[in-house]
Design a protein around this ligand. Structure first.
Ligand code: ATP
Ligand code: MG
Length: 384
């Protein structure tokens, strides 16, 4: 009898041919995330983890996407007496009053049927402990799983984050600003298995080093959900100044966003990323009306995913608190969108007008743009 962590995939196990890629990615993500020494065994619908640091490892598993549930279980051999001994050990270490036994008999060679196991083991616990049976509303549900590689017995299941293992849907360029929205968009994209590459548009000296550090801090916080996240910074100053000088101010923001999308598209191509992800939400500001989103998107051919499109700000804020980005996001450093915002931005821009105004812009600047990888390991805490 030994303790082992059981990892369940949920949604994953229904994915047919892709299943082996999902499981391989999940195993890889677990190995790269967990700091402690572990031994992983993967099966078609389960992963088992052996470690002598069960609590620490379970804490880390709670932040890995693709995991549906985690349970600390006792593993024993497929033998009636061994199962009874394990059950006794579990019930004697428990202060609950009522129980029920639930059996999954995956190994069809085990001599007893599922109802027989439930009945026999239930009777055994009843006789050898103070617990009473309650099949409808038990305080303790004892799950016995009889599998080819042994019998696994557990009582409590901890919910995992769900979703898909990060990476199974490829990579996406995620436009990360210092605001509340884009870190949440990152969390939701990660949840569906997309690995974001963060891209921040910086406009020094119009925007400060502190604003950039805030974005770095957000990227670091998101590393809690995936070990391998990178942040790149685009020097956007010249393009932004060019727009400010050449374009009527009510079209500034929309054309700036078209330029951002173009750079993100270029960067996606060089990184083999297939999508662009943003924190845009329908109607939140003038540049996020349906007409504005259409006019922005028309600048590129790459698929744009907007995980927050239909979220209210209050729902987004709730999520920032859950993922622990709220305190960082609310620090008031000006970012490049706010610097050049006109008093009356257009809410119904047309693609025709955008193309027309863009004729006056220097498109060579797009080719010359500098993109730099930031070091997320150095300490850059943005403190007021
Ligand atoms: P957020 O709270 O995410 O900053 P917002 O409500 O401030 O969003 P906008 O500033 O209009 O809205 O930006 C919409 C989206 O565009 C952001 O969620 C983000 O994905 C992207 N974005 C805006 N500014 C930048 C920037 N400086 N660098 C990278 N992406 C940006
Ligand atoms: Mg913003």
């Amino acid at each position: 009898m030994k303790q082992i962590i059981l990892v369940k995939y949920g949604e994953l196990s229904t994915k047919g041919d892709n299943r082996h890629i999902f499981i391989k990615t999940l195993k890889n993500n677990i190995e790269n995330t967990v700091q402690e020494k572990i031994n992983i065994q993967k099966f078609h619908d389960r992963i088992y983890i052996e470690t002598n640091q069960t609590n620490k490892v379970m804490q880390q598993l709670k932040n890995i996407f693709g995991i549906h549930a985690i349970a600390l279980c006792y593993q024993t051999i497929n033998d009636e007496a061994a199962i009874k001994e394990t059950l006794l050990n579990i019930v004697n270490n428990n202060s609950k009053q009522t129980f029920k036994v639930k059996t999954k008999r995956a190994n069809k060679e085990f001599p007893l049927t599922t109802p027989e196991i439930n009945q026999k083991m239930g009777a055994y616990i009843l006789k050898n402990s103070n617990l009473k049976v309650d099949v409808k509303n038990p305080e303790l549900t004892i799950t016995i799983e009889i599998r080819d590689n042994g019998t696994f017995i557990y009582t409590d299941e901890i919910k995992g984050l769900g979703g898909y293992p990060v990476g199974v849907q490829g990579q996406g360029i995620l436009m990360l600003s210092g605001g509340l929205d884009s870190p949440v968009a990152a969390f939701l994209a990660l949840k569906r298995g997309l690995e974001p590459i963060f891209l921040y548009f910086d406009s020094p000296p119009h925007t400060s080093e502190q604003a950039k550090n805030k974005v770095k801090e957000l990227a670091k916080k998101l590393k809690k959900y995936h070990y391998d996240l990178k942040l790149y910074t685009v020097n956007f100053t010249k393009i932004q100044e060019n727009i400010y000088q050449q374009v009527p101010h009510n079209y500034n923001v929309i054309i700036m966003r078209r330029m951002m999308y173009r750079i993100a598209e270029q960067f996606a191509k060089t990184n083999n990323a297939e999508v662009i992800i943003t924190g845009e939400s329908i109607g939140q500001v003038a540049s996020q009306t349906i007409a504005s989103l259409q006019a922005t998107e028309a600048a590129i051919n790459t698929l744009v995913i907007r995980p927050l499109a239909c979220y209210d700000k209050t729902e987004i804020i709730e999520l920032t608190k859950k993922i622990d980005t709220y305190e960082t996001s609310i620090q008031p450093f000006i970012d490049c969108c706010t610097v050049f915002v006109p008093k009356h931005p257009v809410t119904k821009p047309t693609i025709k007008a955008c193309l027309n105004y863009e004729q006056n812009l220097n498109f060579n600047l797009l080719q010359q743009v500098e993109i730099k990888l930031e070091d997320l390991n150095e300490t850059t805490l943005a403190v007021l």
